[in-house]
Design a protein around this ligand. Structure first.
Ligand SMILES: C[N+](C)(C)CCCC[C@H](N)C(=O)O
Ligand SMILES: O=C(O)CCC(=O)C(=O)O
Length: 372
């Protein structure tokens, strides 16, 4: 429910809005206001894209008058016949200066935190038309870094249909929706039976896949247990216990590469990527794909020490959630936060799954939350 406006007035180069209930006053500068006008002449009514010429707005613009009518604030400008329009809800959302952000709290975890059960949603709920189950699944992934869907028909078709409810599938050198065994189809150990330690995928991609899903369709063998690690938890432990290591891991740009299958992909990222406020944004870690690079000796020593600390924590069972992927259960996890790994295995194992881009998952989550 939108907050009500108690009163509004123009004051110099600003519009002042006094909000009902708390008496809070918001001040909006004229140039910013004119640049964000919602009328059809300033915002394309079909695309909601800005059409006003930002750069023709006089730097000394000042509003002439303002009025409120039926949930919209109208502002009159000198030399303009038409008023600008602003939904009250828009002015409320922009009441104070501040950079864009969304409230998406994370629950960081160690293995013991998951002893009461894993975040999961039944397939029937996720596929239901009302999308409440889909919203629950994506909210769980956003909060915990992963979530299971149980009772999924063990077919690639059902799995692909499920994953397409999240958003369109990300294409990579491995294709789109993939269905694989240890067939050495690509120059990557995923297509073998060897052990793969905790890592994120696509460290060699400038835009690493935001999410990854696995569904084990067939398993007739031994070993092959999956491992998941909340690397945000590990990063916060390091930030607390070893600030020097945290500085190294969050600042040294580590190059990665994928060489083979007709490509040579390269990208560089710090292992612990931070956002503008110093919060955790993106973990990028795959020691197998780290490309050669050199630092000067003392920095090189600090890098290996920090890397060894990170490695010791992600391989500490206290941080490792371990379970076997089995037919019927799909795991979707945040590839920018949760490391995944696999024990070596023998016998036959068939996995299918896909990647999603970070922005497409968050778009679906955002729209589902708006419906909620
Ligand atoms: C596509 N599929 C999941 C089958 C295999 C992907 C291999 C990804 C590679 N280990 C990396 O770290 O990027
Ligand atoms: O086989 C698995 O369980 C996972 C393989 C893997 O790590 C990957 O595809 O990145």
């Amino acid at each position: 429910m939108s907050v009500k406006i108690e009163s509004l007035q123009v004051s110099g180069t600003h519009l002042e809005v006094c909000w009902a209930g708390n008496g809070r006053v918001s001040r909006y500068p004229a140039v910013w206001l004119r640049d964000h006008c919602h009328s059809a002449r300033s915002m394309n009514p079909d695309s909601q894209q800005r059409s006003v010429d930002t750069f023709a707005i006089p730097a000394d613009l000042a509003p002439v008058s303002a009025r409120l009518e039926a949930g919209t604030v109208y502002v009159a400008w000198p030399q303009e016949a038409e008023e600008s329009e602003y939904p009250v809800s828009f002015l409320e959302a922009m009441a104070e200066p501040g950079l864009w952000q969304e409230d998406r709290p994370k629950r960081l975890w160690m293995a013991a935190d998951m002893e009461d059960g894993l975040p999961e949603v039944p397939y029937s709920a996720v596929m239901a038309v009302d999308c409440s189950g889909l919203a629950e699944w994506l909210n769980l992934v956003d909060r915990h870094g992963f979530a299971l869907v149980t009772g999924v028909p063990a077919t690639p078709e059902a799995t692909e249909e499920l994953l397409k409810r999240v958003g369109y599938i990300r294409q990579t050198i491995f294709g789109g929706f993939w269905d694989f065994t240890a067939n050495k189809a690509f120059a990557d150990t995923a297509y073998s039976t060897v052990e793969i330690g905790p890592h994120t995928d696509g460290t060699y991609a400038i835009d690493s896949p935001g999410y990854q899903a696995f569904h084990c369709l067939e398993f007739d063998g031994t070993g092959g247990e999956s491992i998941f690690v909340d690397a945000f938890k590990v990063a916060e432990v390091i930030r607390e216990q070893d600030p020097e290591a945290f500085e190294v891991l969050s600042s040294v740009p580590v190059p990665a590469q994928y060489k083979g299958d007709g490509v040579h992909l390269m990208a560089e990222n710090p292992i612990i990527g931070l956002d503008r406020d110093g919060g955790l944004r993106k973990i990028t870690y795959n020691n197998y794909d780290r490309a050669p690079f050199r630092l000067e000796d003392s920095r090189q020593a600090a890098f290996y020490r920090s890397l060894a600390l990170f490695n010791s924590l992600i391989n500490d069972r206290a941080y490792q959630l371990r379970f076997g992927l089995r037919p019927g259960t799909v795991v979707l996890f945040d590839n920018w936060r949760v490391l995944h790994a696999r024990e070596a295995y023998e016998g036959h194992r068939r996995l299918c799954g896909a990647y999603h881009n970070k922005e497409d998952f968050l778009s679906r989550l955002r729209l589902l939350r708006k419906r909620g």
